[in-house]
Write a protein that binds this ligand. Structure first.
Ligand code: HEC
Length: 166
């Protein structure tokens, strides 16, 4: 965690580009471009994270999940600290109370939903958001093939920092 925070600060400095500029060219080296990425990064890590998921998600097809996520991408980012688009950033969505990401303006329907996102809720939501939570402003028709939903949920678990309950 600590190193991540430091990396985040360093990245911010780069963006703001004011951290070492006025110091008379201190010659400070920029942070390495290949600083360790968050938790799951390599294909091997992803395969291990997939295998650790509860059934049926442990047999999900990550590449199909990734291609189904193309349906969500225009409205959602999944990287840690990623921006909200039309929909909220989904990093850490598993275990998060529905409608609770700070800074995002949810509909009353989602704010009042009262549950915490897990695979079961997500499965119903993705099958038909407007039937599951009438009044939602997520205008997505639904993903009708149950296997596609398993694959997409497995993909989201692997990519959004899901941690199995201890
Ligand atoms: C056209 C834009 C759009 C598309 C496409 C879309 N979403 Fe959404 N999504 C939204 C909006 C807007 C909300 C907020 C809903 C509300 O407040 O009623 C949302 C909310 C959510 C939430 C609830 C988040 C929370 O913090 O409670 C999840 C989970 C979600 N979307 C997942 C997905 C997935 C997975 C897909 C792809 C299958 C997808 N969405 C496709 C716009 C979209």
């Amino acid at each position: 965690m600590r190193t991540l925070n430091l990396a985040a600060v360093a990245a911010l400095c780069l963006v703001v580009s004011a951290c070492s500029k006025d110091g008379g060219g201190s010659g400070e080296a920029p942070p390495p471009a290949d600083a360790p990425a968050a938790a799951v990064s390599t294909d091997t890590d992803k395969a291990a994270a997939l295998a650790a998921l509860p059934a049926p998600y442990n047999t999900g097809d990550l590449s199909n999940g990734q291609s189904k996520f193309a349906l969500c991408r225009s409205c959602h980012t999944i990287t840690e600290g990623g921006p909200d688009l039309t929909g909220p950033n989904l990093h850490g969505v598993f275990g998060r109370k529905a409608g609770s990401k700070p800074g995002y303006a949810y509909s009353e329907a989602v704010k009042a939903a009262g549950f915490t996102w897990d695979a079961e809720h997500l499965d119903k939501w993705l099958a038909s958001p407007r039937e599951f939570l009438p009044g939602t402003k997520m205008t997505f028709a639904g993903l009708h093939d149950p296997k596609d939903r398993v694959d997409l949920i497995a993909y989201l678990k692997v990519e959004t920092g899901y941690k199995p309950a201890p």
